[in-house]
Design a protein around this ligand. Structure first.
Ligand code: OAD
Length: 245
């Protein structure tokens, strides 16, 4: 096994001694919850647990393209017009300073929108106006307009498939704040080569994480896990300065 122990300190040592510089991250909603954005599946606070008022048969219908065609109202009732391999559509990583070209928004983002029928882009200002007025935006062709986030029943953006082979070339993988329950994203950690450490920072154990000899599990809060990682690397002050603003 590559690591001396299944600990963050051992990972830090691995990074320093092996000149590690091809790290991949795979993240989900859990990394944004401390910024006040709910995840999907946490029992009381998750989005899916709080959609009772929408009267859906399945909470996931709110992001189902067939359902949206028939009834786009529940999606717009959410009022969610906010703005690495991320499943997140909140653009927070970009805002936190990660360069755009480093991010694969596997489930799209709220940064743009278009007609679901003719695919014509729809202007940002119009979008904001319509949503502010509680109206469903429609294209000139009559089709409904939807933010460029990937709904169930839709293909992931080409950037996901173009970059999908990268995990195999990684020398460290960090999976953070995701239940790894939605494919094909959920398979990314399995594409990391054998003998390459994989770190999971999450409330619970998810996916196959922990099944390999060099898997490190930091079960708990993302921020606490990141702090622990930074401390082991000697980056604690830098991190606190960043977080302190
Ligand atoms: P989930 O809500 O399924 O999973 C979030 C994970 O993060 C869970 O395991 C939580 O326990 C954990 N978590 C929450 N807050 C945390 C914190 N502060 N610290 C550590 N862990 C925390 O969200 P995703 O895995 O991102 O897709 O969901 C994947 C996809 O399902 C989404 O991109 C979305 C959704 O349906 C589409 O809409 C296509």
């Amino acid at each position: 096994s590559v690591l001396e122990a299944r600990s963050m300190e051992a990972v830090a040592k691995y990074i320093k001694q092996n000149d590690v510089k091809r790290i991949v991250l795979m993240v989900g909603a859990g990394i944004s919850t401390s910024a006040g954005i709910p995840d999907f599946r946490s029992p009381d606070t998750g989005l899916y647990a709080n959609l009772a008022f929408l009267d859906l048969e399945e909470p996931e219908d709110v992001f189902d393209i067939t359902f949206f065609r028939e009834n786009p109202k529940p999606f717009y009732a959410l009022g969610m017009l906010l703005k690495h391999f991320t499943q997140n559509i909140d653009c927070l990583e970009r805002q936190a300073g990660v360069p755009g070209e480093m991010i694969v928004e596997a489930h799209g983002s709220f940064a743009s929108q278009r007609c679901i029928e003719c695919k014509t882009p729809y202007p940002d200002e119009e979008m904001h106006k319509m949503v502010d007025q509680g109206k469903v935006p429609r294209c000139g062709c009559g089709g409904y307009v939807k933010p460029d986030i990937v709904f169930f029943g839709e293909a992931l953006p080409s950037s996901f498939f173009e970059n999908r082979s990268l995990p195999a070339a990684a020398d460290l993988c960090i999976v953070m704040g995701t239940s790894l329950s939605v494919q094909p994203f959920a398979s990314l950690p399995s594409l990391v080569s054998d003998g390459v450490p994989r770190v999971l920072i999450n409330m619970q154990k998810v996916g196959g994480m922990g099944s390999r000899p060099d898997d490190v599990l930091l079960l708990g809060d993302c921020d606490a896990g990141v702090r622990k990682f930074a401390k082991a690397m000697g980056w604690e002050e830098e991190l606190e300065a960043l977080w302190g603003g």
